[in-house]
Design a protein around this ligand. Structure first.
Ligand code: GLY
Length: 594
């Protein structure tokens, strides 16, 4: 972890250093447990934890909508998978109501007094990454609950308060600590420093509570009861809001700027989904994703679109795996997409899209031009393109570590479906656990989403970085909740998304390519080995490809890094015979349905 972070800080914006950058993987690897894939007829919930998926299914069985199920699922995730998402974080939700796709933005915002120097140390240089993360400074105004409340007002069928029942019951009665949570608690170096978190997650000797031991969180139950009764006000105003602000502002080493006004004034945003056409094996699809401030949909669209202008589609799998030539084309397309991401992507309320339209990055002519840059020999590091006649004045953002998330996919029986990716950013977020009552165990963790902003506000030539910190701004995300439709009939074909910082772009793109191009089912596509590039080395999931394939990439001039990649992809496909869901064998996800 330290090496990559030091590298980022030391390298600033140099393209030479960028070529060396390989990320730490978002969250610890917890092995590979084969998953069967799950069939159902009427409705289904795919989530990163069985208790969470079950809570969603409970709502669907009670007549709830996909949105109702998502809220119940999210509340249980906040309890059982606190390392990835929760009340103190943000989320991006893509919803299909049978006719329209709508994007609900619950991304965190920077405090109204934050500025571009937020993550600069006294010497004017970017502060060490984990000094920034483990702090009050990194905490953005949480947005997940306010956004879910908005979506529920529009598409909820069950009473809001009922959606909290499973999580409240589990928080009061306790849940068994999973192997993955235990592993992350064991390896985390910072969570123990927070006294509330230390008392809740760890034993007095500092060791994490055992796998299978029952963990009760009465403080979270109390906060959930407040939100169930009062809506988002229960979190964003009053006693809980005060506890959040106190926690952020009283951090002993690195306090933050969040105020009660920031919380009270938070507004989720409804955006137009970002949709584009895609053809695979002579079948036409429409892929819809989340627009900026997420970079996910645009990067995936660019990678798939650039690949479509190469010979990738003619290259067969070799023993069920992508060949070296295909991986070369994919990783080159990734370099080009990540160069554009670094240059252009940020909160659309604060930056102008290139050529005045984000879709310029997906224009067929532009993608063909970008594909034309791919040669037999690796470019190693790509530069951003210029989709329109006017050159942008932004400087590219250096690749920074970016971490966890959790993905939920749901299809209900009324033709609604959703893909929602949710996050507290780093594993266990900022490691700041909020409690309103010192006599109650537990609480909820605050995000460190502000470290998704560029620490350096300007590039080497003094031009501003698009994704620099500004007051009230949403940090750039990689989250890529995705819905796929058949273009001609308009029928929904798939809901998919993944966890994992910038690599989730590749985890999702791989699953899309596997399903749409290689015609795999959701489970087989998720099972495929992971790969990608963030515009540096070619990153390959360790132990999953033959040596000859890796040599094939190296012989084309790429630096190849093998590493574990704990993707957390969940997907549900809609087939002529019903629903079929897949969950990532690298995590604890499942699909539950009827
Ligand atoms: N912090 C992860 C993301 O938003 O992509």
């Amino acid at each position: 972890m330290r090496n990559a972070c030091a590298l980022v800080i030391g390298c600033a914006l140099s393209l030479v250093c960028r070529a060396q950058f390989a990320p730490d993987m978002p969250e610890d690897n917890s092995g590979f447990t084969p998953k069967p894939g799950w069939s159902s007829k009427r409705h289904a919930v795919a989530a990163a934890n069985p208790l969470a998926a079950q809570a969603g299914l409970q709502m669907l069985r009670a007549g709830g909508s996909a949105i109702d199920a998502a809220i119940a699922t999210q509340m249980v995730l906040a309890l059982v998978e606190p390392q990835s998402s929760g009340l103190g974080g943000g989320a991006l939700l893509l919803h299909f109501n049978g006719v329209l796709v709508e994007a609900y933005d619950g991304r965190e915002t920077a405090p109204s007094t934050a500025d571009e120097k937020l993550f600069l140390a006294a010497d004017g240089k970017p502060m060490p990454f984990f000094e920034a993360v483990v702090s009050g400074r990194s905490v953005g105004t949480p947005g997940a609950i306010s956004m879910l409340e908005l979506a529920h007002k529009e598409y909820g069928k069950l009473p809001w308060s009922k959606l909290f029942d499973p999580a409240i019951m589990l928080a009061e009665e306790g849940f068994q600590i999973s192997a993955r949570l235990h592993l992350q608690l064991s390896r985390d170096r910072y969570l123990r420093q927070d006294p509330v978190a230390a008392r809740y997650f760890y034993r007095p000797d500092g060791s994490p509570r055992e796998v299978g031991s029952r963990l009760r969180n009465p403080e979270l139950a109390a906060v959930l009861r407040k939100i169930a009764a009062q809506g988002s006000k229960g979190l964003m105003q009053g006693e809980v809001a005060q506890a959040i602000v106190d926690k952020v502002r009283s951090h002993p080493a690195n306090p933050g700027l969040l105020t009660l006004d920031d919380l009270r004034n938070y507004k989720p945003v409804k955006r137009a989904a970002l949709c584009h056409d895609y053809s695979a094996q002579a079948r036409a699809f429409r892929i819809c994703g989340f627009p900026p401030p997420s970079s996910g949909a645009l990067a995936i669209g660019q990678i798939l679109g650039i690949l479509a202008h190469t010979r990738a589609g003619t290259l067969p799998l070799q023993n069920g795996l992508p060949s070296a030539e295909w991986l070369h084309l994919y990783t080159e397309a990734s370099r080009l997409a990540f160069a554009d991401r670094a240059q252009y992507l940020a909160d659309p309320e604060f930056v102008q899209p290139p050529a005045g339209d984000w879709m310029s990055l997906l224009a067929p002519g532009y993608l063909a031009e970008r594909a034309g840059l791919i040669q037999d020999s690796s470019m190693r590091t790509a530069r951003a393109g210029q989709p329109g006649p006017v050159k942008t004045s932004y400087a590219p953002m250096a690749e920074q570590p970016e971490y966890g998330t959790s993905h939920i996919s749901i299809v209900d029986g009324d033709g609604n479906a959703l893909a929602m990716t949710t996050t507290v950013e780093n594993q266990f977020g900022s490691r700041q656990m909020v409690s309103t009552d010192a006599n109650r165990d537990g609480g909820f963790l605050l995000n460190n989403e502000l470290t998704d902003f560029s620490f350096a506000p300007t590039g080497t030539t003094g031009e501003a970085v698009a994704n620099r910190v500004e007051p009230g701004k949403r940090p750039r995300s990689s989250m890529a909740p995705t819905l796929v439709f058949e273009k001609d009939s308009g029928k929904l074909r798939l809901t998919v998304g993944s966890s994992g910082g910038p690599m989730l772009i590749h985890f999702t793109a791989k699953t899309l390519y596997g399903m749409l191009y290689w015609e795999m089912d959701a489970q087989r596509a998720i099972d495929l080995p992971n790969f990608g590039s963030l515009n540096g080395p070619s990153l390959i999931e360790a132990g999953r490809f033959p040596t000859a394939t890796l040599e094939g990439l190296r012989s084309r001039g790429a630096t190849v890094r093998e590493q574990s990649m704990a993707s957390g992809t969940q997907a549900i496909e809609i087939t002529p015979s019903g629903l079929f869901g897949g969950a990532d064998p690298r995590r604890e996800g499942v699909v539950r349905g009827d």
